[in-house]
Ligand binder design. Structure first.
Ligand SMILES: Cc1cc2nc3c(=O)[nH]c(=O)nc-3n(C[C@H](O)[C@H](O)[C@H](O)COP(=O)(O)O)c2cc1C
Length: 248
């Protein structure tokens, strides 16, 4: 066929597209397992970092062997077998949706840290609306299931330098030691505007705000209010408290 034949040009373009699409598809399929593995490692690293257990000199898998993942039925407040934890989304009535997420799964994966059979930490996934984005993170609680041992986000789209300061290590360092619930079991944890009065009665429950990020900080308080409240993990944490943290 002559070089400038339309049929030849279309034929060459078609064959080129076919070859390229086969190459791209083969790469996507071939790398899928590795991508999944990397995603899982990244998730584990985030959990370890937020729970303040991460040691960069050791591998993530080695350190994550101390963490046990379990599924929780939020309706019943109990652990369930992961095989029973099918995908089931529940719509959240507008009046109860302080996290701004509209619906939440009935079953959530949580992470337990035990040392020599003693329960040390539970790490709970939490998420909700900030100013511009949904913020995804974890809160880690100690053996009394109220004292924060770590908190942070691994994904959000807040403005760097403003709402993005929720990733600032200095601010995150203010969380460990704070109490989510008071003596009567009332949910009290909150990020305030300004600085916490260190001599005030609420010092154990309140966290300093971030200047220029009041709206993002309000989102943080609101999403914690949802996830640590009656419709989130509160029933489960109560069950855990009764059983000394460890359930069969
Ligand atoms: C471009 C732009 C981006 C902003 N991003 C954020 C943000 O990510 N989070 C936030 O809380 N406020 C953000 N703000 C500021 C809010 O509009 C608001 O002024 C601020 O939350 C009030 O905080 P302050 O009371 O500490 O000053 C942004 C403002 C502008 C103009």
């Amino acid at each position: 066929m002559p070089r400038d034949s339309k049929v030849k040009m279309l034929g060459v373009a078609f064959v080129l597209c076919l070859v390229c699409s086969i190459l791209v598809s083969a790469a996507a399929v071939g790398l899928k397992a590795r991508q999944e593995r990397n995603k899982e490692t990244e998730k584990r690293r985030n959990i370890l970092q937020i729970a303040r257990m991460y040691d960069p000199s050791k591998t993530v898998d080695e350190q994550f062997s101390r963490v046990r993942s379990r599924m929780v039925d939020l309706e019943k407040g109990q652990f369930v077998d992961s095989a029973a934890a099918v995908k089931e989304l529940h719509a959240i009535p507008a009046g109860e949706d302080s996290a701004g997420i509209r619906s939440r799964p009935r079953f959530m994966e949580v992470y337990l840290v035990e040392e020599q059979g003693r329960f040390m930490q539970v790490i709970l996934p939490v998420y909700g609306k900030g100013l511009w984005s949904t913020m995804y993170g974890f809160i880690a609680l100690g053996p009394d299931l109220s004292t924060v041992t770590g908190f942070g986000f691994y994904q959000h789209g807040e403005t760097p330098g403003l709402g993005g300061e929720i990733d600032n290590p200095n601010w995150l360092a203010k969380w460990p030691g704070k109490l989510v619930y008071d003596q009567s079991g009332k949910l009290r944890i909150e990020v305030i505007k300004g600085t916490v009065d260190t001599a005030g009665p609420d010092v154990r429950h309140k966290i300093d705000g971030i200047s220029g990020a009041t709206l993002t900080a309000r989102g943080v308080s609101n999403l914690l209010a949802y996830w640590l409240g009656e419709n989130g993990y509160k029933n489960f944490l109560q069950t855990m408290r009764k059983t000394g943290g460890v359930q069969p």
